[in-house]
Design a protein around this ligand. Structure first.
Ligand code: FE2
Length: 165
């Protein structure tokens, strides 16, 4: 894996946020936000960027967005904050330490902050922002989930009946 993505994975701060997510979601029956979810979202984000033929979003940027997009989820359980915005704030120093430029960091942060938005035509969103939130939905295997009967989001999920990516 390329250097800057490896730097994110090796960041002690990053690993600490993942540990906190695991602790907070230990008993959670619904979607969790562990490393495997972040990696699935990273990979699908990049697949979508490739499918769209977007030359301006690199594999590293796609992976950075996916790997970091839920790192503040733990604090939504503790303090009821918006984890999308909070994850974007937590991502900034990790991205800078990993060597992403100011412009790249800004684009990735914005995509993370917007990842809970649905396709909303009135808001201008970057291709990375749109790919990240779509990848987030596609990554969930709702049709195989044991908690799907109790999930209040099941009818909006693109994977309710089958795999998408
Ligand atoms: Fe999220």
């Amino acid at each position: 894996m390329v250097k800057r993505v490896r730097a994110i994975l090796n960041s002690p701060t990053y690993q600490d946020h993942l540990d906190k997510n695991s602790i907070e979601e230990k008993e959670r029956p619904f979607c969790r936000h562990h490393f495997d979810h972040l990696l699935n979202v990273a990979r699908i984000t990049y697949i979508l960027i490739l499918e769209e033929g977007n030359p301006f979003i690199s594999r590293e940027m796609s992976y950075a967005a996916g790997l970091l997009h839920d790192i503040g989820r733990w604090n939504e359980y503790r303090e009821a904050i918006d984890h999308a915005q909070y994850s974007a704030e937590l991502a900034e120093p990790i991205l800078e330490d990993a060597g992403f430029s100011k412009a790249e960091t800004g684009l990735i942060k914005k995509a993370i902050a917007e990842h809970r938005l649905k396709d909303e035509p009135s808001i201008h969103r970057s291709p990375l922002s749109l790919a990240l939130s779509r990848a987030d939905s596609y990554s969930r295997l709702c049709y195989r989930c044991e908690a799907n009967r109790d999930c209040n989001k099941i009818d909006q999920q693109p994977t309710r009946d089958s795999l998408q990516y």
